[in-house]
Write a protein that binds this ligand. Structure first.
Ligand code: ADP
Ligand code: MG
Length: 328
């Protein structure tokens, strides 16, 4: 149905290890519309559940409860044959792209494999044309790059090649899990430009996973901030960054050196790493131990997402809902 979202994540929960297990992702919902390609940034500190979400959307792991529907397909229930078709529509770009490739293979081999795998071309000439088009789309020159070996490429070139590889399949969605974390700041900016170009010219949506808020700001569109497997705050990235509402997000943004919306942030903003207990039996807001506004009511149940101003801007915090006033 054309009115359906392209991606519809419905109350997805992922628990590792039984009833006392670890809640990697807690009751998460997200929609990406079909008619309007978007880059949705998933941000949060290490261990907050970002890769769990990416792996769920890619079908690499199944939800404990809830459902992920893509283009009418229930991603948690695909046969292996359907999964192969699914991966024509949803591609992955990971960190350390050449980690899994043989160092003796040239770049062209990486592309040959994807062309064979997805039967993208009938002839050698067609395959060659497709490779060059893919590389051009990410700002690389085909003839130069295709003959090279991984060690002859910069980190930025490797990332672009992986983006080109995903793009060649002509997917509707690319899940990019920390695709820029191993390259330096100026190269990060350029791969993000590539993503925006593929969004605008290729009509491709992205789930862009990052622990680096400065790059999130560059992209615009929507941002979702995780804290320990729970959604703390979501909204348009400009609204969230300039007017954060969740006390955790406020803490993060306060530690950002340059919060002027007209300027890019300087330097790197790494979220603090912290692992706290979060078993499946835990109730209430996960941020209570660190929160300056914590009250008894915050421990009773995880606060729902309350609207906090601009359209779509919502925070999971009792400060913005009736439950706190009712308890006081
Ligand atoms: P992030 O990508 O934000 O760093 P992850 O989604 O990788 O976070 O991990 C979220 C939590 O789930 C972490 O505490 C991690 O240790 C745990 N986790 C991830 N994958 C597994 C797994 N396969 N088995 C058990 N625990 C896991
Ligand atoms: Mg991760």
């Amino acid at each position: 149905m054309p009115d359906d979202p392209l991606l519809d994540i419905r109350n997805v929960r992922k628990v590792y290890g039984g009833p006392d297990g670890l809640v990697a992702l807690n009751d998460f919902s997200l929609q990406i519309p079909r008619d309007e390609p978007q880059i949705v940034t998933i941000a949060g500190e290490s261990g907050s559940g970002k890769s769990t979400l990416a792996n769920l959307v890619l079908g690499f792991t199944k939800p404990t409860s809830g459902q992920i529907v893509f283009d009418g397909m229930d991603v948690g229930r695909l046969s292996s044959r359907e999964m192969a078709q699914y991966h024509r529509k949803v591609q992955a770009v990971f960190q350390d792209p050449f980690g899994s490739y043989n160092p003796f293979y040239r770049v062209s081999h990486v592309f040959d494999m994807v062309i064979k795998n997805f039967k993208l071309a009938d002839t050698k000439a067609q395959a060659r044309e497709m490779m060059e088009e893919g590389l051009n789309a990410v700002g690389l020159k085909g003839s130069d790059v295709l003959r090279k070996y991984p060690h002859q490429l910069s980190g930025g070139q490797r990332q672009r090649i992986m983006m080109a590889r995903a793009y060649m399949v002509k997917p509707k969605l690319i899940v990019a899990d920390e695709p820029v974390s191993m390259v330096d700041a100026s190269l990060r900016a350029s791969i993000l430009d590539v993503m925006m170009k593929l969004r605008d010219e290729g009509g491709i949506s992205f789930l862009y996973v990052t622990h680096d808020l400065s790059t999130a700001y560059q992209i615009g569109d929507k941002i979702v901030l995780f804290y320990q497997g729970t959604l703390a705050e979501e909204g348009n990235v400009t609204d969230v960054i300039t007017n954060p509402k969740h006390p955790y997000v406020q803490l993060l943004i306060d530690s950002v050196p340059q919060a002027d919306p007209t300027r890019r942030w300087q330097g790197e903003i790494e979220l603090p790493a912290e692992e706290e207990l979060r078993t499946a039996r835990a109730t209430g807001c996960r941020f209570v131990p660190r929160c300056p506004h914590a009250a008894e009511v915050c421990k009773a149940a995880l606060p729902p997402l309350h609207p906090v101003g601009a359209p779509g801007h919502r925070a999971s915090c009792t400060l913005y809902g009736p439950e706190r006033a009712a308890a006081e």
